[in-house]
Design a protein around this ligand. Sequence first.
Ligand SMILES: C[S@@+](CC[C@H](N)C(=O)[O-])C[C@H]1O[C@@H](n2cnc3c(N)ncnc32)[C@H](O)[C@@H]1O
Length: 314
Amino acid sequence: MCGSGDQMTSNLEQLLSVFWLRPETAVWRYLDIEAMKLFEFEGRSLDFGCGDGIFSFIRAGGRFTAEFDAFQKTESLDRFYQNVDVYDAYDDSYDPLVASAPAYQINVGFDHKANLLRKATALNFYKETVEGDGNAPLPFEDNSFGSIFSNIVYWLDNPAEVISELRRVLVPGGKICLMLPNDTLPEYSFYNSLYVETKDERWKWLELLDRGRLSDNIKQSKSDEDWREIFARAGLSVSHHSQHLPKTIIQTWDIGFRPMFPALMKMVDGVDREKMPGVKAEWVNALKMFATPLAAMGAINDERSAFHCYILSK
Ligand SMILES: C[S@@+](CC[C@H](N)C(=O)[O-])C[C@H]1O[C@@H](n2cnc3c(N)ncnc32)[C@H](O)[C@@H]1O
């Protein structure tokens, strides 16, 4: 599915096209796909915290036309720096411009944001979407999924409880793939290391860069040992563990094009519709010159890399 060299290149190219105004997101997501290449959905499948579904759709081999991007429907860009989720927006004009469908479908996409689930539904990739709170008991029967993917457990209040819930809904012999932050992640955050840790007021402006991310999720960063203790207590065994997203990638991502994003969106809105395909093609080609070697650097990992990828069995 994502094994061959061509497929890897086209995953990166596809992500750069879809996230062209946030290339740091494209590189991160590319490295996520690489990290989870041993995981395959089997039996009834659950994408827990699927968001707009774009990540899992691309990972499954789905492709969008060049005109599509992840920013098609956004809202409240003027409140970007007050930590508003600008992607939490939808109307009937949303059209994901699918060029080719993925190799498979996922049974259930679960998320707490109705607008994101509407975007996910438009992909025709999830057989069903379910709106619910991942912090609450899950609205699924015991032993009802053969495989589960989630990259949101660390956004939730109590990861250990969520992991127990995921185990409850998994069939015996089923697999869960989780992306979880390592305890090195806070060290790599500019906001955390230069401002939170030092209390040096000169760096207070980095709050604008963090946009609440540290308080939201970096607090859940843990060592491999600590995550394994949580899995063992939940009754899950580790079938596979790898680490990805080294410091260079995290620090590139920490800034990326983020500071200029609302202004870039306005600028793009002002581009003549006829000139747009040429402008975007030139932009994406230029991005490739930087993103390709950076993504290759992201392949070099050790125990200091910022994320764990686990495949767990029940
Ligand atoms: C970083 S995004 C990941 C989305 C998607 N899996 C992806 O890879 O693009 C985190 C997702 O978690 C969802 N989320 C956050 N808190 C949640 C909660 N309490 N219950 C359900 N979903 C939640 C958000 O709405 C968002 O879609």
